[in-house]
Design a protein. Structure first.
Length: 241
């Protein structure tokens, strides 16, 4: 992800934008560009710089369907948008934001939202309602499961792995990273465990004929089979069908 927003001081926006445009012109790997907010004086130039390039665009402070529709119109229909939900208004409007055709998924901006609410961004309980609202809003709109916000502690894996486990329990499908050292832990945490893969295999085998059955002493019907299939699809080396 190339960041034109918070990582760039106001006096360096033009230089950063030119560097991003140059990188996009030669990029051979998938790229996401986080533009400046639509209420800033830099947004229009950011949109012009990335328009026509093969990249996704992350829209910060995403808060309304009209806002995302306007961004999509400026970029064209082939540019996927990631809506960064990091305000109270954005959480409230998540389903309508994610329902915009160009939006492929949401991401959760825990740091900015915590600042707005006056809570500790590391206090999981303080932001749990907001996180769940983003997960539910994404599901209502038929979007992919959202990406959880960053873990700012880069001193080790303890905080990161705890945050990943919490995000998985709430239904997130991935997590934003701020350091390369976090990538392996995030990938491992969001992959199903060996026990989950084995359970999914038993369920899919037992329910192959479509009939209600019992696996491990628990009733298995369509919703359980659907969960098993989802676990199988998330396994990088799955052996279940």
């Amino acid at each position: 992800m190339l960041d034109l927003e918070d990582a760039v001081a106001p006096g360096h926006k033009e230089t950063a934008r030119a560097a991003v445009a140059e990188f996009l012109g030669a990029a051979a790997t998938p790229v996401v560009v986080r533009i400046n907010g639509t209420d800033t004086p830099w947004c229009a130039d950011d949109l012009a710089a990335v328009c026509g390039h093969d990249c996704a665009v992350m829209v910060p402070k995403a808060h309304s369907a009209a806002q995302l529709t306007e961004v999509a119109a400026a970029l064209g229909p082939d540019t996927p948008l990631i809506a960064l939900i990091e305000t109270a208004a954005g959480v409230h409007a998540c389903a309508s934001v994610c329902n915009v055709d160009a939006v492929v998924r949401a991401a959760f901006g825990s740091i900015d939202l915590a600042a707005e609410l006056g809570v500790d961004p590391d206090a999981a309980d303080a932001l749990q309602h907001a996180r769940s609202a983003v997960v539910l809003g994404s599901a209502v709109a038929g979007c992919a499961a959202p990406l959880d916000g960053v873990t700012t502690d880069i001193s080790g894996d303890t905080a990161l792995l705890a945050d990943v486990a919490h995000a998985v329990r709430l239904g997130f499908g991935g997590k934003l990273c701020i350091h390369p050292a976090q990538v392996a832990g995030v990938n491992e945490g969001f992959a199903p465990s060996a026990a989950e893969v084995l359970w999914a295999g038993r369920v899919l085998a037992a329910a192959a004929d479509g009939e209600v059955c019992v696996v491990d002493g628990r009733m298995v019907d369509k919703p359980v089979v659907d969960r098993a299939r989802r676990i199988a699809s998330r396994s990088p080396n799955r052996t279940v069908g």
